[in-house]
Design a protein around this ligand. Sequence first.
Ligand SMILES: [Zn+2]
Length: 161
Amino acid sequence: MNNLYDNMFMFHVEHRVGDNMNKNKMMLALNEARKAYKLDEIPVGCVIFRENEIIACGYNKKESKSNAILHAEIIAIEKACKKLKSWRLDDCVMFVTLEPCMMCMGAILESRIKTVYYGTKNNNEQMYDINKLSKNIKLFNLDDDECSKILSDFFKNRRKK
Ligand SMILES: [Zn+2]
């Protein structure tokens, strides 16, 4: 399995399809995104796992808490550190419905999370240069239709308002 990941990392971000375990974990992150949607927040959700145990969940609360940094990933990392009583999350894996922004990628690197699965690519933001990221992190785009649909639905509805 490790070899497979290493090979995939040569292409930096790979699409992985047909992996039910990952799909199920992403669906839990999607449930978090739905909570954000209900609060009129950009629907992004995140779950951090250690092996198959859920360590922490989070969803975007930027608007409801009037706080620019309260992205789903930041909230989940903060909860995970509290729960594990450690800032090192190096044995954890993150599932997040949208490709992390630069701020969250910084937090992910600081927390030593080594593997991140994201549901859909972030095309709206100025992103980090994936080639310059630490070799210690692996990113996988699961290219999940539901993760992109919840975002497009949200922005469609917002335009109508
Ligand atoms: Zn972010």
